[in-house]
Design a protein around this ligand. Structure first.
Ligand code: ADP
Ligand code: ZN
Ligand code: ZN
Length: 731
């Protein structure tokens, strides 16, 4: 009999331990496979952590354990889900991030292989069936049969379903002239891309590559201004590794926003590529995953979760736009793709290349300390100039246009000129919707989300109030739910309002809008981008989605409608984020031969994030921001950990949070600064009350052991769930 230690599919801290089951059948169960089990009278999926052969009887085991041990219901997999590397990576990440192993397994595997009940209904493998010629001796064959044999020989093989099931085909099969072959089908359809030969590398690009190749360091940070040709470096290095028989993992922040990167790779290496991102169907993801695991692709292009792709023999891992928030998963399991890239590169003896025009402070600081090897591209390709920039102080009413409180004279005038020259403009406003708040003038009621208790945004297109944190929506009825008054005011503005303003002020302009509302339909993003590139519109209005690496040759004006939005966010990263966003957005202007212009409207014209972004001066920003971080003891000078306690009973949640804070203070003493209990920005989530604790510290080993003990002591409570977020992005 086999005694199994099984992790169950629920990723709650209180259930994060193996449960015992037995198997009395004749199959041999291997660790790392899934089993169907009964847990609390429900059928769920478990993951076998360990298998012990035993001669004991069930009665003896029951006696020993003190409960009635159950038999598993079914064995799901014959062989382990993860290869050896990923199996050990699973241990490494779950102990580094102190997260339930099951949550990492669920993040690593495609839906069809995931240890969760829904996987049983997820798509399986699909096959294509082909005929191939096994014996081309034509004697004794009919003319029809000869015709078919010759056809198959010419084509190499043909799809079975394209051949009518005539008798003579059966006859050929029986006699062994042709054979049926089955092959796994690839459900992701990738169009054929014409090969594009690489351009000659610039001298700057060459020296970056030489320096990279000449070093034995593990991690490289390529800091290159927007338009300096970083992509070409990724492509050239990929080609080099491919030639050496090694594989390449290319991570991008978001595929739908940056389809260009995938296209560049497809043009250069089409047959070697697998693609992994969240918009694939489960079937497509399953096929891509298996194709990678079989070693049939040497290059994987994907988003954050692709960092777990079962790619063998990795030589290079690239993270483009390494500063991007999307590389950090801020829900369970909390992880950063950069850290995992480094873990995997160590295993494979590979290198990690991080690229950005505006590196994260953490990475850049590691560059200064030579933990990462710095590489620079200081000029745009062909020495195109960076755009000329103007900062407009919106606090001074003299700067504001008389017809519109949103536009300055400068931006309105620049828009006129751009449109008159038949060039294109991008307007960035990092907030979707029409107005940010709806308030009752009579009683002061603010329309708030019932689930998260934060103010909802009004969307005019569908006349709905929407919570920008959860998915909650409700129609705006026009009267206050508390006092019944219909005197409601809408304040603040977002993308929809800007679109309306443009239509009012520039009636001849053709606009396109891109934000996550307009992108609800997932095919819409590439269509909007394509339409704008084809000049079907001359103004593109959008949120940060439009600031990402697009190359629009005719854009000569970028207007940042309100640069302050990011700066007022309650996060130590608000300056960094505002700087990155403004720099990236301005970088869209004047990328081809026409000079670019950019206007930044702001209430804080002398804020360093804005002045340095206007000059595209990353290094100066970095120095100033490092001073601020040092003063406030924030990363990179300190490490952070965020702890969230959530449960149904608010009183219990608060009490437990206080206990945990006391525990942490007692065990950390001078070695950590414990802040909290705090009520998070979103204090309530699907019936659960949330409280949080933040810790700043410098000694990772010590912190790790204190957190482990804390988890042992408080993690298994049935009153609340304990979530630990190591290196949180926002907290
Ligand atoms: P970045 O990613 O640094 O913003 P890109 O890689 O998008 O910059 O490069 C900017 C532009 O320069 C692109 O249109 C790209 O095709 C072009 N480019 C890059 N390298 C070369 C080169 N060696 N020769 C000619 N054009 C190049
Ligand atoms: Zn009211
Ligand atoms: Zn909500």
């Amino acid at each position: 009999m086999q005694l199994l230690e099984v992790l169950i599919e629920y990723a709650q801290s209180s259930l994060n331990r193996p449960f015992s089951y037995v198997y009395q059948g004749d199959k041999i169960i291997r660790k790392g496979t899934r089993v169907l089990i009964t847990f609390n009278n429900r059928d769920i999926v478990g993951y076998v952590l360990n298998v012990i052969d035993t001669n004991k009887t069930i009665a003896q085991l029951n006696e020993e354990m003190g409960f009635e041990i159950q038999e598993i219901k079914k064995l799901i997999d014959e062989s382990p889900l993860l290869n050896e590397e990923l199996f050990s990576l699973l241990d490494e990440v779950s102990s580094y991030y102190l997260a339930p192993k099951i949550s990492f397994l669920q993040a690593m595997l495609p839906p069809s292989l995931s240890p969760r009940k829904s996987a049983l209904k997820a798509p399986g493998i699909a096959f294509d069936y082909y005929y191939e010629v096994a014996n081309d001796d034509e004697s004794n064959l009919t003319n029809k049969q000869i015709e078919l044999i010759r056809l198959i020989k010419n084509e190499g093989r043909i799809l079975k379903r394209n051949v009518s099931k005539a008798k003579y085909v059966m006859n050929l099969l029986d006699k062994g002239h042709i054979v049926e072959v089955k092959e796994e089908k690839r459900r992701l359809k990738i169009p054929n891309y014409k090969y594009e030969a690489p351009p000659a590398l610039s001298d700057d690009q060459k020296s970056v590559i030489d320096e990279f190749n000449g070093s034995k360091d593990l991690v490289y940070l390529l800091e290159g201004v927007t338009g300096s040709g970083k992509t070409e470096i990724y492509l050239a290095l990929s080609e080099q590794y491919l030639k050496q028989g090694k594989s390449v993992l290319m991570l991008v922040p978001e595929i739908s926003l940056t389809p260009m990167m995938v296209e560049y790779f497809l043009h250069r290496f089409s047959t070697h590529i697998a693609i992994l991102h969240s918009e694939l169907t489960p079937a497509e993801r399953y096929d891509e995953y298996r194709k990678i695991a079989r070693g049939e692709c040497q290059i994987v292009v994907g988003v954050r979760s692709a960092i777990f792709a079962p790619l063998p023999n990795i030589g290079l891992i690239v993270l483009d736009e390494e500063h991007t928030e999307t590389y950090k998963q801020d829900t369970l399991p909390f992880y950063h793709a950069r850290d995992i890239a480094i873990m995997r590169a160590k295993y494979h003896g590979a290198k990690v290349l991080l690229g950005s025009a505006t590196p994260s402070l953490e990475s850049r600081a590691r560059g200064s300390k030579k933990v990462y090897h710095m590489l620079y591209l200081n000029k745009r390709i062909n020495n195109q100039k960076l755009p000329t920039t103007k900062i407009v102080n919106m606090r001074d009413y003299k700067n504001i246009d008389r017809d519109s409180y949103i536009f300055s004279h400068a931006l309105r005038e620049a828009m006129h000129q751009t449109l008159a020259k038949n060039e294109q403009a991008i307007l960035l406003i990092n907030r979707r919707g029409f107005s940010t708040n709806v308030t009752c003038r009579s009683c002061g009621y603010v329309f708030t989300c019932p689930t998260c208790k934060i103010a909802m945004t009004y969307h005019k297109t569908d006349n709905m109030l929407k919570c920008h944190h959860c998915d909650y929506v409700e129609p705006l009825t026009g009267s206050c739910p508390t006092c019944g008054s219909s005197y409601l005011i809408k304040t603040g503005f977002g993308t929809e309002k800007i679109e309306e303003e443009i239509e009012r002020l520039f009636p001849s302009a053709k606009t396109l809008r891109l934000d996550s509302d307009s992108a609800k339909n997932k095919n819409k993003i590439p269509l909007v981008i394509e339409a704008f590139r084809n000049k079907e519109a001359n103004v593109l209005i959008g949120t940060q989605m439009i600031a990402k690496g697009h190359d629009f040759p005719d854009v000569t004006l970028v207007g940042i409608v309100l640069a302050d939005i990011g700066l007022s966010m309650p996060s130590f990263r608000s300056s960094e984020r505002a700087f990155q966003l403004i720099t990236q957005a301005i970088g869209r202007s004047g990328r081809k031969d026409k000079p670019g212009y950019a206007i930044i409207q702001t209430y804080q014209p002398s804020h360093y994030a804005i002045t340095f972004a206007a000059r595209q001066d990353y290094e100066q920003f970095y120095r100033k921001e490092m001073e601020m971080r040092k003063l406030q003891f924030y990363p990179p000078y300190a490490f952070l950990v965020g702890i969230t306690i959530k449960g149904k009973n608010e009183k219990k949640v608060i009490e437990s949070t206080y206990q945990i804070v006391d525990y942490l203070n007692e065990h950390l003493q001078e070695n950590g600064l414990v802040l909290g209990p705090a009520t998070p920005y979103v204090p309530y989530e699907r019936g659960l009350f949330l409280r949080s604790i933040q810790i700043k510290y410098t000694n990772r080993e010590l912190m790790q052991s204190v957190l482990q003990n804390m988890q042992q002591l408080y993690g298994y409570s049935s009153h609340f769930d304990l979530l630990i977020n190591i290196d949180p992005y926002n907290f």
